[in-house]
Structures are given as C-alpha cells and as structure tokens.
Design a binder for this molecule. Sequence first.
Ligand code: HEC
Ligand code: HEC
Length: 334
Amino acid sequence: MRMRPPKLVAIAALTFGLATARSAGDGDKLRDEAKRLFGAIKAVPQARLADPDVTLGHALFWDTRLSANGKVACASCHMASDWGADARRFSVDAKGKNTGRNSQTVLNAMLQPSLRWTGDRKSGAHQAEKSLTGSMGFASADVAVPLLKKLGYEAAFKSAFPKDAAPVSPANYAKAIEAYQATLLTPAPFDRFLEGQDDALNAKQQAGLKEFLNHGCAKCHSGPLLGGGSIRKFGVEKEYWTATKSEKKDAGLFTATKKEADLYKFRVSNLRNVAKTGPYFHDGSVADLKEAVQVMADVQLGNRLSDADAAAIVAFLETLTGDVPRHYGPPKQP
Ligand code: HEC
Ligand code: HEC
C-alpha cells in the first residue's frame, strides 16, 4: 500500500511529459506564426555599456540634482523596482504636480518609432530634451547648461561628444540619455521560444499565446514589442484605442494635433514586461492585468473573454517579463 503514492506521482509525471511533448510538436506551427507577427529582441552587447555617451546618459538619468527642485530624476518616475515604469497611477513632477497620464516603462522603449501615449515625441532625444521644461520643471532648457557645468559634468560631455566645440548642451544631454535608454533591452522567455526553445513557454503559456492570436490581439499588438507603434509596418489602420474607462475623458492625440480625427486616439501599448508595469492604460485606471485584458477584448474586439481564456492570455503575457538590466540603477561613483 505504501508504494502507491509514489507510483501515482510517477504516472502523473509521465502523462505530463507526454502532454508537453505533444504541445512541443504544435510548438513549431505556433512558433512560425509567432515569428511572422512578432520578433525576438536581444540584450545589448556588454561592451556598449562602457561607451562614454552611455555612461554619461546613465549618470544624467539617475541624477536628482538636474531638476528645478533638485529632487526629481528621470528615474523618480521610471523606477527599477517597477520595471522602468511607476506603480503609482500618476507621478509627481519637479513642480509638485501630478502627471496627466500614467508613466510608461523606458525598458525597450527606444525600439518604438514614436514615444509617449500619443506618439508625439519622435525619438528618445526629443523626449528627453522636452523633459527639461516638462517633468524637470526648468523655465528653459538652457538653464540646465550652467547647472551641468557646476555639477562637474563638463569632462564627461567632452569625452562623449569630442567633436563638439561646446559639448555641454541640451541637445547632447538628450542624445546621451537616449544612448543610455537604448541599452535597456530585456529579452524574455518568449524570445527564447521564438528562437527555438520549446520549453521556454509551458503548455498554459503556449495556450495563452494561441488565444492572443485567435482573439485578434496581434492585429494591433505586433512586432518585437507586441505594440508600441511597430504595428504600422503591418498596414493595419485601426491602431488606436478610442474608448476610455476614465470618468474625465482625455482627448488623447487631439491634445497634441488639435485635429478632430485624433480625438481619443492613443498609441498601441507595447506589452514587454506588462505583467510588471501596472496600473494599466493611459489613465492608469485598471490595476489588474487580467481585467485589462478583458477590457481590451471588450473595447477593441467587441468580444467577451471567458475567465479561462483571459487567465491563459495573462500567463502568456508573463513570458514577456525579462530581467531588469543590471545597469538600470544609480551608477557607481568613479
Ligand atoms: C514626473 C515624472 C516623470 C519624470 C521626472 C520623467 N518622466 Fe518619463 N514619463 C512620465 C510619464 C507620465 C510618461 C507618459 C507621458 C505621456 O505620454 O503623456 C512618460 C513617458 C516617457 C517615455 C515614453 C515611453 C514610451 O513607451 O513611449 C520615455 C522614453 C521617458 N518618459 C523617458 C524619460 C526621461 C529620459 C526622463 C528624464 C529626462 C523622464 N522620462 C522623466 C513621467 C516622468
Ligand atoms: C484595435 C487595436 C487593439 C487591439 C485589437 C487590442 N489592443 Fe491592447 N491596446 C491598444 C491600445 C491603443 C492601448 C492603449 C490604450 C489606452 O491606454 O488608452 C492598448 C493597451 C493594452 C494593454 C495595457 C498596456 C499598458 O501598459 O497599460 C494591454 C494589457 C493590452 N492592450 C492587451 C491586449 C489584449 C490581450 C488584446 C486582445 C484581447 C488587445 N490588447 C487588443 C490597442 C489594441
């Protein structure tokens, strides 16, 4: 009698083994489709991290002294503990004001063709330079120049931009920060699956990937980041969400362009690390990922997801969680 429990365990293990073997066979077809729609990302080569523009951008990104009140750095609203986003619904800027929208993660963000919820910044440098008079609270971008010099940054700017006669400038501040952010890539189990490793996704996660495809999520969430604007490549026109759960409506892209056609439009979110970057949507109105998935099915696809399908999709989305890069933290003082 005593022998029975171990035997049962062995049988269960064998059945489980067969089940995974079977889904691995399916895995090839699933992988081919996933490779067609998405794409793997790779970590930046270690050597790049030592380049002077990257190390300068690293220092600037984490330096709270570079703000109007001396207390706010980029990292204040893009925290390492929150995978480069902010777990608060809104963040607090250098004037003590709440941001109008939820903070997005900077991890992998530089792979996107345009930035922010409305895609109104064309590059990381454009975004960073605008931050000086935005979140950082300076009256003008030029105010940062004497401050950078006073804080001893001149030598680092010189070595990062050796050809410039006046290397300490808002434009170079922005370029260095962009260079640093471009190194913040987070390969995840999903990338290993795309590259051929069957067991990088377990059976439930593979089932979730199938549901993601079956329900049409990839119509918008495609490309290597599963969204983030890369959708344009695939020629799908309806790329923006046009409904919002918030009581006080945010006019979206309209706020930047003032064109009626842009009312309530938002950039398709990228889904890398999404399990770690809640709360969700531009207004941070949904705290739970499963609920966010159900809202999407409902609003974008007019489609009710069963609880089991939503849970499977969440299990799949968790495979997009990579490690926070080791150099995403305050730089060590030399
Ligand atoms: C006070 C909080 C705060 C500070 C400080 C801040 N950000 Fe942000 N960041 C946000 C919010 C909120 C958004 C979304 C804004 C929007 O779309 O309206 C955002 C968006 C971004 C994005 C776009 C990500 C994407 O997927 O499109 C990048 C990149 C970024 N920030 C980088 C930076 C950098 C670099 C700095 C420092 C120069 C910085 N942020 C300072 C709150 C902040
Ligand atoms: C028609 C295009 C479209 C389709 C289809 C679509 N989405 Fe989205 N998705 C968006 C847009 C746009 C946003 C940003 C919405 C906002 O914040 O207002 C978004 C946001 C999200 C978010 C929140 C991300 C964040 O960081 O806040 C998740 C999660 C998500 N989508 C998952 C899904 C899933 C799962 C499906 C399929 C059931 C799906 N989406 C279908 C366009 C789409």
